[in-house]
Ligand binder design. Structure first.
Ligand code: SF4
Ligand code: SF4
Length: 112
């Protein structure tokens, strides 16, 4: 998820689908112990593999998917959350799962 303020490119805060797609998505990868330590324990999975996923969504996702959402750990979110960009393959998969339009999404390369 990408928070943009103001939402000059695409406002992920009206979506959140990628944060509520699969428990396998918000996994830790190359994060250092120090980076993971900045995320409150209540948001981390019991097996420490990534973010806790409960009720069909990342525990750090706030708000209502498809209306208005936020990430409670945005500044410290996992790498995978930083690399998922509006318009990329994962974004399109997640939005399609929720029945959200994938037509007006930006070219993800513009974020590189
Ligand atoms: S699914 Fe795409 S548009 Fe929705 S929050 Fe994730 S990156 Fe943003
Ligand atoms: S940590 Fe934040 S950006 Fe990553 S899946 Fe959870 S709510 Fe979404």
């Amino acid at each position: 998820m990408l928070e943009t303020s103001p939402p000059d490119i695409f406002d992920c805060q009206t979506c959140g689908a990628c944060c509520a797609y699969s428990a396998d998505w918000p996994r830790f990868s190359l994060e250092s112990d120090e980076e993971i330590a900045r995320i409150p324990d209540k948001f981390i999975a019991a097996d420490l593999s990534g973010m806790k996923f409960e009720g069909g969504r990342c525990a750090a996702l706030t708000g209502e998917v498809g209306k208005h959402v936020g990430c409670a750990v945005y500044a410290d979110r996992p790498l995978v959350c930083r690399t998922c960009m509006p318009g990329d393959e994962e974004c399109r998969m997640a939005r399609a799962e929720f029945g959200f339009s994938t037509e007006a999404l930006p070219d993800p390369d513009r974020f590189l």
